[in-house]
Design a protein around this ligand. Structure first.
Ligand SMILES: Cc1cc2nc3c(=O)[nH]c(=O)nc-3n(C[C@H](O)[C@H](O)[C@H](O)COP(=O)(O)OP(=O)(O)OC[C@H]3O[C@@H](n4cnc5c(N)ncnc54)[C@H](O)[C@@H]3O)c2cc1C
Ligand code: FES
Length: 315
């Protein structure tokens, strides 16, 4: 009998949250109320594999995942096959959506990404998505500056397309340590009024870091979006704040469940009420307002964040 590729299981985050809180004495933060596409779990077939510099770009047949997905959201993949000791799913930004297919770009990092990069045409991956909060829209008519480090450019192709379609001016700075770690550079000239490329070793574009170019472009921007390594996010958020601009950063915290129930991905964020809380980057993020992320306190236990009070509310 032929196998049908498609949605195998829909996940209701609100129900999962309710079940978890029912078994705990400490209330979990509420699931954010805004309308978001409901994630689905599918058996996604590899229908395209492309080597892009140091990365592998996969096209996956994943029905239902891309329908209402928005730039900034991500998917998770099970790795290692059914009998694998690699229990935790791995997260990847959605870098493209076309009907029933989606694209992700994968950098080899450890055993999970090595396993994914060995997948071939016709292989099947266990995929959940779309997950997380997308990038917020810019102010009406506002010009957007996109700043990416390495494969951090992945969600920006879709974001730049949407911003252009909505009439926003877009500028982008794409940087990496070396030329082979840049991503999607050829896609950007058609989408941006200004495009700067930097590499630390000078093998492509200007020699240096994205943060060397950002101050030159801030005067023309109304809002900044950044995706890349944490030190880059922190620096771009600081540069934007010094210029009085909001910077939306997409953080890459280690994740386990990806659906808001394990607390692996928490990071300290200052709320709208001025109080800091641990927020889950998988459901409250991965996009946060950069000025509100306490970058200095990521990975440590700050004195003012302890116990249930530190987890009680979102944003
Ligand atoms: C929202 C989000 C989007 C991402 N987008 C991309 C992308 O587009 N392309 C890409 O190549 N990578 C992306 N990453 C990073 C990718 O998830 C990690 O490189 C990958 O999980 C590492 O797994 P590993 O087994 O190869 O490495 P290991 O270091 O062996 O992983 C061990 C464990 O740590 C976790 N982990 C380790 N490093 C990271 C990390 N940087 N981020 C999250 N979890 C980590 C893994 O999930 C795993 O459970 C993204 C991460 C997040 C959170
Ligand atoms: S990864 Fe489990 S709560 Fe975020």
């Amino acid at each position: 009998m032929s196998r049908t590729w498609g949605i195998t299981q829909a996940i209701d985050l609100a129900q999962a949250h309710e079940r978890m809180t029912a078994t705990m004495s400490i209330p979990l933060p509420p699931v954010p109320k805004e309308k978001r596409p409901r994630p689905v779990q599918v058996r996604a077939k590899v229908v395209g594999v492309r080597v892009v510099g140091a990365y592998r770009e996969f096209t996956l047949h994943a029905p239902g995942v891309g329908v209402d997905a928005q730039p900034g959201q991500f998917i998770t993949l099970g790795v290692g096959g059914n009998s694998s000791a690699l229990l935790l799913r791995r997260a990847f930004a959605l870098s493209g959506v076309d009907g029933d297919t989606i694209n992700v770009v994968v950098a080899t990092h450890g055993p999970g990404t090595r396993w994914i990069c060995d997948r071939q045409l016709g292989d099947v991956l266990d995929l959940i998505g779309p997950l997380g909060r997308p990038f917020p829209a810019p102010p009406p008519g506002g010009a957007a500056l996109l700043v990416a480090g390495g494969y951090g450019a992945a969600p920006f192709v879709g974001l730049a397309q949407r911003l252009c379609a909505a009439g926003h001016a877009v500028a982008a700075v794409l940087g990496a340590a070396t030329g082979d770690r840049l991503y999607a550079v050829p896609e950007f000239p058609a989408l941006t009024r200004v495009l700067a490329v930097t590499t630390e070793d000078g093998s492509a574009g200007r020699t240096g870091r994205v943060t060397d170019v950002v101050p030159e472009l801030l005067p023309g921007a109304s809002v900044v979006y950044a995706c890349g390594p944490m030190p880059m996010l922190r620096a771009v958020a600081a540069q934007s704040a010094a210029y009085g601009l909001i910077c939306h950063v997409s953080v890459e915290e280690a994740m386990a469940c990806g659906i808001g129930v394990c607390m692996t991905c928490v990071l300290p964020v200052i709320g709208d009420d001025g109080t800091s809380r641990f927020l889950r980057s998988c459901v409250d993020g991965p996009v946060f307002e950069g000025a509100k992320v306490r970058f200095d306190d990521i990975g440590r236990l700050p004195d003012d964040l302890y116990g249930a009070a530190a987890m009680r509310a979102t944003r």
